[in-house]
Ligand binder design. Structure first.
Ligand code: 7PJ
Length: 279
């Protein structure tokens, strides 16, 4: 199984890829405001690469539940200087975490290679045409609703089945828009229109999505369901996040999105070392 993102190509199976999060936002739930200055964001990303991150995910719009959207101009102002500088300085692919096709296009022009689309439940194909035109990688994230509405009343008869059906239907629509399956990574979208139980069900059922023959990405880092389960503030969720990451990799995930790169890389190498004895 190969994942292609412009000049980059990953052939799986291979050791778990760790994706480092760089939020260029004033209001993200766990690191908002820390890296608004482009130089600080770039330094943070470079440190993550030294720690073993193999993808850097740059985002300029907070998508925590109920967060205010930002204008396209403001989002561009936040992310483009960071991506331009990073593209010169790191060898790993840069992904752009955005819901806006124009931001994705500008980010790809500035040197990004992957579009991380939490709004893959979109109805029009403008974002997919950007991906098709550029040969970028595409992270197809499941979300029920929008960031403004998603946590009001998440509702599923069978979360694992509905997310699986969503992936199948999106892979078909992506293909219709000219995006090859080998450009696509799938992500169940932990916390995007899900209760604690839905998130746990999706982690339990993760293995079922491997039959789609696409890499699975998981974003659990410091998320609120961990806080709710453990009664832990956002700064105290590392151990819970790592437990989810180890579980997910054992269940078939290939990419882990995290704020805590060094710790996650260690947890992944340890999990893989144990697993290697079994195979
Ligand atoms: C995710 C994401 C995720 C992907 C965010 C946060 C909220 N992208 N962007 N998967 N979450 N692909 O980091 O808590 O789970 S923003």
């Amino acid at each position: 199984m190969t994942f292609r993102a412009r000049q980059f190509s990953f052939a799986f199976p291979q050791p778990t890829l760790v994706m480092g999060i760089v939020n260029v936002t004033p209001d993200s739930f766990s690191d908002g405001g820390h890296f608004l200055d482009p130089a600080a964001a770039v330094a943070h990303a470079e440190k993550q690469v030294e720690q073993g991150a193999e993808i850097i995910d740059v985002g300029g719009e907070s998508t925590r539940p109920g967060a205010q959207g930002v204008s396209e101009a403001e989002e561009l102002r936040r992310v483009i200087p960071v991506i331009e500088r990073l593209a010169d300085r790191v060898k790993v692919p840069i992904s752009i975490d955005t819901m806006k096709p124009a931001v994705a296009r500008a980010a790809l022009q500035a040197g990004a290679s992957i579009v991380n689309d939490i709004a893959a439940n979109r109805t029009d194909d403008a974002m997919w045409r950007v991906v098709a035109d550029t040969g970028a990688g595409y992270v197809c994230v499941h979300m029920q609703g929008t960031p403004q509405t998603m946590q009001l009343n998440p509702n599923y008869a069978d979360a694992v089945k509905e997310v699986g059906d969503f992936f199948v239907e999106r892979l078909r629509r992506l293909n219709d828009s000219g995006v090859g399956a080998d450009q696509v990574v799938l992500d169940v979208g932990i916390g995007f229109g899900k209760t604690v139980e839905h998130n746990l069900q999706l982690l339990t059922g993760l293995r079922s999505f491997t039959k789609l023959q696409r890499p699975l990405l998981l974003g659990v880092s410091r998320k609120s369901f961990i806080g709710k389960l453990l009664g832990a503030d956002v700064a105290e969720r590392l151990a819970g996040s790592l437990a989810c990451a180890c579980w997910a990799v054992r269940a078939g995930a290939q990419i882990i999105r995290t704020h805590d790169v060094a710790e996650t890389v260690q947890a992944m190498r340890m999990t893989e070392a144990i697993w290697a004895q079994e195979k």
